[in-house]
Ligand binder design. Structure first.
Ligand SMILES: [Zn+2]
Length: 160
């Protein structure tokens, strides 16, 4: 499936476009390590031709595999654009490019998906971050690492 629409099919009546698009085809180019896109984009669009433009309305959903920016917990979230509307002029300065009567919605979908990406993914809005306990044990871990191995061995012996 691709997000190309043939304008000839729109001449008489609107069309409905529904399906899944492999995320690779969206070519999001996301460099954020905290957000991974491993699943397809699900979309459900109604497309109609206006006098000198194409109007796309509908919704799309993309599942994201995120890592919380505060506590590093992995979680899944859904980027959902409901009531999405796109007005694509076919005339004038801002007119969209049409090739062989086909109009590709992919760049517009990509743009709006990226605009709605979570900026700082959090497992929950009030995530308190790493628990103190975890921080303390991390610090201990670092301390132990910086000591020569022999000293940690001695520490263990002393504890006995
Ligand atoms: Zn969190």
């Amino acid at each position: 499936m691709s997000l190309k629409i043939n304008l000839r099919h729109l001449e008489d009546h609107g069309i409905h476009l529904k399906g899944d698009l492999p995320v690779a085809e969206l070519d999001l180019g996301v460099a954020d390590e905290l957000i991974q896109t491993n699943q397809s984009l699900t979309y459900d669009f109604s497309i109609e031709q206006l006098h000198d433009a194409v109007l796309v309305t509908g919704s799309m959903t993309l599942s994201l595999d995120c890592e919380c920016g505060r506590c590093l917990k992995k979680f899944k979230t859904k980027l959902k654009l409901a009531g999405w509307a796109l007005h694509l002029p076919l005339e004038g300065e801002d007119k969209v490019s049409v090739e062989n009567d086909c109009l590709d919605l992919t760049p517009f979908v990509r743009e709006d998906i990226l605009l709605n990406f979570p900026q700082h993914p959090l497992c929950k809005t009030d995530c308190a971050g790493l628990k103190k306990k975890t921080k303390a044990s991390e610090a201990e871990g670092r301390e132990a690492e910086s000591k020569p191995a022999i000293w940690s061995e001695l520490d263990k012996l002393k504890l006995k």
